[in-house]
Design a protein around this ligand. Structure first.
Ligand code: FMN
Length: 376
């Protein structure tokens, strides 16, 4: 029997050949939102991986919504053209669907790239004012963001819809709305970042309003035959924050709007979070959402071993798994998992001669290949 990990799954009108998703990963290598040659190499390499779905990094819907000066954006014709060049190249490599995560950093905007410290930009580093649901800083040493007016909120929802139109023009199969990791949508959702007294703050229903209005706006411009999902959060890992029960309520509303899947993550909202990162540490959250809501669910976070991934989907804790660091570490992770489970995965024809069925060296390259090595 084929491993469940390698059974296809259909989201909206998009079929993934297997349940392995390349998690969106910011590369901090863009210029005014425009993808660079780094993206061509990075995504081109991952397009060879055989993963069922490749998601492009958190991409800002406005210039001010970028985390850093080097984040990708979809707010100008230049960004769109630069991204189309990369996506077109990936299309020539893989037949798996390709998606994009749309985001706005909110109060976590205007920071240095991680390898330069990741701190808020200083005066000489061309900072820009950040916006948020409330004038509350992310933590100590962070600037106080500007509290969005309802007119500005409307403008941001329109920006998400406009970016979705650009994603459509590029030819993406999937849009994932980022509502986790402490970025703008998550800031609206959590009582720790949202202290508004208007209809966008207070009760859970009000705190979800921004997220749901933008999901509706994107669903309207994003065709049903493509897939629309969201990365949601299930814990702020801090007292009084957004919790797993809230995540299930939120997923239920997203499903009602017509979203096709959710990917369940957590954390990143406040600097004083107490998070315990261990193998599969967010899988329980995914399982809880999956039990409560009839929507496809993706688990993410410290999923690095193929057996672990297979157990998660085979036991119905989640329908898919997303990998970030595991696939950077081993871009051939999917090939090796397929080999382990005797499953079929699409190799680019240029690499077909390295398939273990035709390459005897595979036995030497694997940890279990000692017998052949000894016999050689
Ligand atoms: C280099 C890097 C960039 C990331 N960028 C994003 C991003 O753009 N959007 C997002 O939702 N998560 C982002 N993440 C988080 C991952 O998608 C993933 O949720 C997290 O790393 C846990 O999965 P892992 O244990 O497989 O790495 C990033 C992680 C890494 C390592």
């Amino acid at each position: 029997m084929t491993a469940r990990l390698f059974a296809p799954i259909t989201l909206g009108g998009v079929t993934l050949p297997n349940r392995i998703v390349i998690s969106p990963m910011c590369q901090y290598s863009a210029d005014d939102g425009c993808m660079s040659d780094w993206h061509l190499a990075h995504l081109g390499s991952l397009a060879c991986s055989g993963a069922g779905l490749m998601l492009v990094e958190a991409t800002a819907v406005t210039r001010e919504g970028r985390i850093t000066h080097a984040c990708t954006g979809l707010y100008s014709d230049h960004d769109e053209a630069a991204m189309k060049r990369v996506v077109d190249a990936c299309r020539r490599i893989t037949r798996s669907p390709i998606g994009i995560q749309l985001a706005h950093a909110g109060r976590k905007a205007s920071t240095q790239v991680p390898w330069l410290g990741g701190k808020p930009l200083a005066g000489g580093e061309s900072p820009w004012p950040a916006v948020a649901p409330s004038a509350l800083a992310f933590g100590e040493g962070w600037p106080t963001p500007h509290e969005l007016s309802t007119v500005e909120i409307r403008g941001l929802i329109d920006a998400f819809a406009a970016a979705a139109r650009r994603a459509l023009a590029i030819g993406f199969d999937v849009i994932e709305l980022h509502s986790a990791h402490g970025y703008l949508t998550h800031q609206f959702l959590s009582p720790l970042a949202n202290r508004r007294s208007d209809r966008y703050g207070g009760s859970l229903e009000n705190r979800m309003r921004f997220a749901l209005e933008l999901a509706r706006a994107v669903r309207e411009v994003w065709p049903r035959e493509r897939a629309l999902g969201a990365r949601i959060t299930a814990s702020d890992w801090a007292e009084g924050g957004f919790e797993a029960g809230d995540a299930a309520a939120y997923a239920r509303e997203l499903k009602a709007i017509g979203l096709d899947y959710v990917c369940v993550s957590s954390g990143g909202l406040v600097s004083h979070q107490r998070i315990k990162v261990e193998p599969g540490y967010q899988v329980g959250f995914a399982a809880r959402v999956k039990q409560a809501v009839p929507i496809a669910v993706c688990a993410v976070g410290m999923i690095a071993d193929a057996g672990q991934a297979e157990r998660i989907v085979a036991s119905d804790e989640a329908d898919m798994v997303a990998l970030a660091r595991g696939i950077l570490d081993d871009p051939r992770w999917v090939w090796h998992a397929a080999e382990r489970f005797g499953a079929t995965v699409a190799y680019p024809p240029q690499y077909a001669r390295s398939h273990p069925s035709v390459w005897p060296g595979a036995a030497l390259a694997r940890p279990g290949g000692t017998a052949i090595r000894a016999a050689a």
